[in-house]
Design a protein around this ligand. Structure first.
Ligand SMILES: [Fe+2]
Length: 112
């Protein structure tokens, strides 16, 4: 695990956030490893397993991102700004205005 520098004397919440971020890093690395193997595999039955494993890692990463969205101040705002929009990503970063996703209302739980 390459979780980087860890301060001493962290609060419980900061320790939890560190664990979640380190775990997310590991899940993202696993996605990358499986995706590379999928890309080069020419055995279709092995490729199918690797695709499933890669997608499982995406599920793990997504759960951690959601936990972080709830726990890490500021993460929710950034995710609302950049996710689930078809607007040009760089323009969202440069715009500085209210995030389009927030303006539209995310309607969490609303599948309309
Ligand atoms: Fe995983």
């Amino acid at each position: 695990m390459s979780s980087g520098f860890i301060e001493t004397g962290l609060s419980n919440q900061a320790s939890h956030i560190h664990r979640a971020l380190a775990s997310l890093q590991e899940e993202l690395e696993a996605i990358d490893s499986y995706h590379q193997r999928v890309d080069v595999s020419d055995d279709e039955s092995l490729k199918a397993i690797l695709v499933r494993n890669r997608d499982d890692e995406m599920e793990h990463a997504s759960m951690l991102m959601e936990w972080l969205r709830r726990a890490l101040p500021g993460f929710d705002l950034q995710l609302r700004k950049f996710l689930f929009t078809t607007d040009p990503i760089a323009a969202l970063a440069e715009g500085g205005g209210p995030p389009a996703a927030i303006e539209r209302g995310l309607g969490i739980g609303n599948l309309k």
